[in-house]
Design a protein around this ligand. Structure first.
Ligand SMILES: NC(=O)C1=CN([C@@H]2O[C@H](COP(=O)(O)OP(=O)(O)OC[C@H]3O[C@@H](n4cnc5c(N)ncnc54)[C@H](OP(=O)(O)O)[C@@H]3O)[C@@H](O)[C@H]2O)C=CC1
Ligand SMILES: O=C(O)CCC(=O)C(=O)O
Length: 480
């Protein structure tokens, strides 16, 4: 069985391995992946600290060329990387390939982005003075990522971190080390100097704590559950108030108004709620539907949900792959029970099903007759489960949509330009979707939310530099 080691200071290290198992086929072990010890994490952090000044001193041209080399290699291997991703995480093969392609585009984007102007010159109110506002690297960045986007999220954190002259200690989710390992091995092949990017696979509790507590780590960027994010925030403040950026949960509403095009509404709801097995922080988990269109929408949703094909992620024609892990499956089953105990009607789906391989297969589930105060509508389930909430009019729909602890994404399906414009103004989320799913975003524009969904500057696009650089203001007096 292939052994995949951690990557520390330019070397492959490790002798303690864990099998990585395919959630579509529990008999299929993808490979063995190293588990870092505390001493490995400390070594990775020290290597990143040592490499950082030299990496930052390279020209942007040199850094840009290496990032472009990583992008080219990812894009050349997108089919293979996408298949590997689907095999370890369970999203369908087309979704896996699209995600790998997005990772390549992200590296290419930042290889070009750092060639743009970054400074600003201000006129001074004092005589003989010039003021230059510049951006400098932050230093060593700890990167902690979740299992649901095993290559895109690492890419959109690692690429800007490196582009702006920082070095990285990368801790991927324990469930999906293969995509992380493949990405780091590509960076190695592309000629990244030793110590600039370090991979420490294994337990989040231990490695995450080590990264957050280290005085040599200057910033931590995290995506995952709100609970872990809040813990990282508290620990970061305790340990030298290091800079932190958090992308956490969502409970994203999709409003369907009476004037909606039903085909568009059902298409957006099915995609947003169930694709990627509903395991997206941008998933539509609350369908807020105006009463005049409610019954027809529900009937069309029932039929469309039943028609979805569920099975092995790598099989052609499969639309919904397995749930990513046994513990996530248990969480989904718990919420299916909780929803029914709360009085919601499970109209269709929510069944654990068997296929020719043994995997974590669950049919997409549609709850109807739900209220916004039910637990299934307040807590992030993170599975192929969505709820319909019936409302009387647009104002009630907007109030329900905004009545949540989260604020990542929200959407509206309407043919009224006026209502769409009003929703863009009043929706309390970082992403607003008009006549499209709440999920699936582009790599070159900002990504992030409000309330308990996000903390810190936006990720992706040009705004990513706000987290990965320090703004300094230089006053230069004339006369010498
Ligand atoms: N909004 C989003 O994008 C996501 C939300 N979730 C939500 O979170 C739930 C649980 O998923 P899970 O993967 O366990 O999410 P976690 O928040 O536990 O994990 C995310 C990352 O943080 C690491 N981690 C875990 N504990 C710590 C810690 N104490 N300090 C630092 N890092 C830590 C994990 O490592 P390790 O994998 O080794 O535990 C992983 O790399 C899901 O069911 C879903 O509701 C999950 C993923 C993404
Ligand atoms: O919808 C997307 O494009 C990204 C979603 C995401 O980042 C997540 O679910 O963690």
């Amino acid at each position: 069985m292939n052994e995949h080691k951690n990557y520390i200071d330019g070397e492959w290290i490790g002798d303690d391995f864990k099998p990585n198992v395919n959630p579509s086929d529990l008999g299929d072990t993808i490979g063995l992946y190293a588990r870092a010890a505390e001493s490995d994490v400390d070594r990775a952090i020290a290597a990143a600290a040592e490499a950082q000044p030299k990496w930052a001193a390279m020209t942007v041209g040199e850094r840009s060329a290496i990032l472009e080399g990583i992008a080219t290699r990812i894009l050349a291997r997108a089919d293979e990387l996408g298949e590997l991703l689907s095999r370890e995480e369970g999203k369908t093969k087309p979704e896996g390939i699209a995600e790998a392609t997005r990772a390549g585009h992200t590296f290419r984007y930042y290889s070009q982005q750092i060639l743009q102007a970054t400074g600003e010159r201000f006129a001074s109110t004092w005589p003989g003075m010039t003021i230059d506002v510049e951006r400098k690297p932050v230093g060593v960045i700890g990167i902690i990522t979740p299992w649901n986007f095993p290559i895109a999220i690492p890419a959109w954190k690692i690429a800007p971190a490196l582009a702006y002259g920082n070095t990285v200690v990368f801790k991927p989710a324990d469930l999906v080390p293969a995509s992380a390992w493949a990405l780091v091995s590509i960076a190695h092949e592309a000629g990244l100097p030793r110590g600039v990017l370090n991979l420490t696979m294994g337990s989040g509790r231990m490695i995450g704590a080590r990264i957050v507590e280290s005085p040599l780590v200057n910033a931590v960027t995290f995506t995952g559950s709100t609970q872990t994010g809040m813990h990282i925030a508290a620990e970061s403040l305790k340990h030298g108030a290091k800079r932190f950026q958090l992308e956490m949960g969502g409970k994203n509403p999709l409003i369907v108004l009476n004037d909606a095009d039903l085909d568009v509404a059902v298409g957006a709801a099915i995609n947003g709620s169930f694709y990627s097995t509903g395991q997206r922080c941008t998933a539509s988990s609350r369908l807020v539907v105006e009463s005049g269109i409610h019954d027809e929408f529900v009937e069309r949703m029932r039929a469309a949900t039943e028609a979805l094909t569920v099975g092995h992620a790598l099989e052609d024609g499969i639309q919904i792959g397995p749930v990513a892990s046994e513990s996530q499956l248990q969480q989904d089953l718990d919420y299916l029970r909780i929803g029914q105990e709360e009085g919601a009607e499970l109209l269709v789906g929510g069944e654990r099903v068997t296929r020719s391989t043994e995997g974590y297969f669950l049919t997409p589930a549609l709850f109807v007759g739900t209220r916004n105060d039910m637990r299934i509508n307040r807590e992030e389930i993170f599975g192929p489960i969505t709820s319909v909430i019936k409302v009387d009019d647009y104002e009630e729909a907007l109030a329900v949509a905004n009545d949540t602890d989260y604020g990542l994404s929200s959407g509206i399906i309407t043919t009224s330009l006026a209502k769409a414009a009003d929703f863009r103004r009043r929706a309390q989320s970082g992403i607003v979707a008009i006549n499209r799913p709440t999920a699936a975003t582009e790599h070159h524009v900002p990504f992030g939310g409000t309330k308990a969904s996000s903390f810190g500057p936006r990720e992706q696009g040009p705004h990513a530099r706000d987290f990965f650089t320090i703004v300094t203001t230089a006053y230069t007096a004339a006369g010498y």
